[in-house]
Design a protein around this ligand. Sequence first.
Ligand code: MD6
Ligand code: FE
Length: 202
Amino acid sequence: MTDAPLILRGVEIWQGALDRPAQEAMLADLREVVRAAPLFSPETRFGKKMSVAMTSAGTYGWYSDRRGYRYERRHPSGVDWPPIPESVLAVWRARVSAERMPDCCLVNYYREGAKMGLHQDRDEADFSWPVLSISLGDEARFRIGSVDRGGTTESVWLRSGDVCVIGGDARLVHHGIDKVRFGSSTLLSDGGRVNLTLRVVD
Ligand code: MD6
Ligand code: FE
């Protein structure tokens, strides 16, 4: 466990926060989540299918289509989202708060070639809560800009077991994933990257 985070544009990056056994245990829990609520690739509000496959756990799941970005109470199949695994909640408790648990754990799955454009996470009601992310599997280049659109950006490689906290003055910074170094980790047998983002929604 790292004892101090790297800070890039106000984003806390806890490198190596989860050891390999913790990563494997979390991945096993996520396989259960995906079994109950299968991955799907939503459309952006511009009608373009996202390259990242997603699902969620918790009270709410993040969803997108031509009507826009929002949280939904149910998976597109109509089932409730499964509960957020305890292994995931434990990271939130340790890094953010033991008082309030997240309402949503968005699961992003990057197959070969998948990426995520610069965006802000702003579909939540209360920006005083940070968004916490956990990276598992292949390394990815995480790009961070500013709260305002445009301007310069900086990037950092996120590796399996890294935890990021985007909060405070950085809560609304633009960020995205440029690319994933496919096959760089042995955690997922078929390669790829999983990123979890935990949010307080209401
Ligand atoms: C990803 N992450 O790492 C995309 N959002 O695949 C995010 O969009 C993100 O890492 C909010 C807070 C932390 C993040
Ligand atoms: Fe995000």
